[in-house]
Design a protein around this ligand. Structure first.
Ligand SMILES: [Fe+2]
Length: 286
């Protein structure tokens, strides 16, 4: 079944947020929302999320799901803000518990912070199905970038998270804690085994010089032209390419703020005795 898809591209983090629904029905899902964050001042703002809210209200949609493909390392999630404004259930892959374990240690998070994913309303298992009105969704576990990555197949489209990027950009990095290029190769092949006309929607785009941002492609186009995993590239070749590229990449600007917030389903850390909430910077730890 054809899903109606409205993208919102955030130029600051190059993230694409999607509202997904079925034309003629009110139920919708929001995928990978962005809370704007200025690292210079430590200020958050809701300009990006408010555009999503305006679209949902204007089209009289009812939010059933607020989906995260993974705990992002490049932007803060606006999921709790969207939930307070619009309702819906915040969901992510069940392996978020492993990611929470890694970062609870790194940030020496308060002892009461639970490692059971209970900060989210729902944790998806691999292949679990869910409904958005008349559309059927399926969560597909696609680890590699992080252990918890999920892709969401909804109607005739798949929201791939951080696995594939546009064919001329390649694939997601695998050098964060718990990342694994071998796993990413196998996860990507789960997606490339889908019918060749399947529409694929990216989580990010980092366009090369000379083209503007893009986020939609197909299984066929990825198989034929993805610079890292086109037809004929085997697992060992892919892993060598991926690891060589990862060795050249700096950490994302917002990795430390993002992860601390996103393992809490987008909530900020609890306030300290003076009423202020803080993010931490671990020194020489990543
Ligand atoms: Fe990511």
């Amino acid at each position: 079944m054809q899903a109606a898809i409205h993208p919102f591209f955030d130029p600051a983090t190059r993230t694409v947020t999607y509202v997904v629904y079925q034309a003629g029905r009110r139920e919708c899902a929001i995928i990978d929302s962005v809370l704007d964050y200025d690292p210079k001042s430590g200020r958050t703002s809701t300009t990006s999320a408010d555009k999503v809210i305006a679209f949902v209200r204007e089209h009289e949609l009812r939010v059933e799901w607020i989906l995260e493909t993974h705990a992002h390392a490049d932007h803060l999630s606006a999921a709790p803000y969207l939930k307070r404004q619009l309702g819906g259930r915040i969901a992510i892959g069940q392996n978020i518990r492993r990611v929470q374990g890694v970062f609870k240690k790194l940030f020496n998070v308060e002892p009461e912070f639970r490692l059971d994913g209970s900060q989210f309303d729902h944790l998806f298992e691999d292949s679990e199905t869910f409904a958005i009105g008349g559309l059927t969704g399926k969560a597909i576990h696609v680890p590699g970038h992080t252990p918890a990555d999920m892709a969401y197949q909804i109607g005739d489209s798949v929201f791939v998270g951080d696995t594939l990027f546009m064919p001329d950009v390649g694939t997601a990095r695998c050098d964060f804690p718990g990342g694994d290029a071998h796993e990413l190769y196998r996860s990507i092949h789960k997606l490339l085994d889908l019918p060749s006309d399947t529409r694929l929607f990216m989580c990010h785009d980092y366009p090369p010089e000379g083209r503007g941002p893009a986020w939609e492609t197909t299984v066929r186009a990825e198989r034929e032209g993805n610079i890292h995993v086109h037809n004929g590239v085997d697992e060992d070749q892919f892993v060598a390419t991926r690891q060589a590229r990862d060795a050249t990449l700096a950490m994302p600007t917002l990795i430390l703020p993002s992860v601390q917030v996103n393992i809490r389903a987008g909530e900020f850390p609890p306030p300290e005795a003076n009423g202020v909430r803080y993010l931490k910077i671990p020194l020489n730890a990543i």
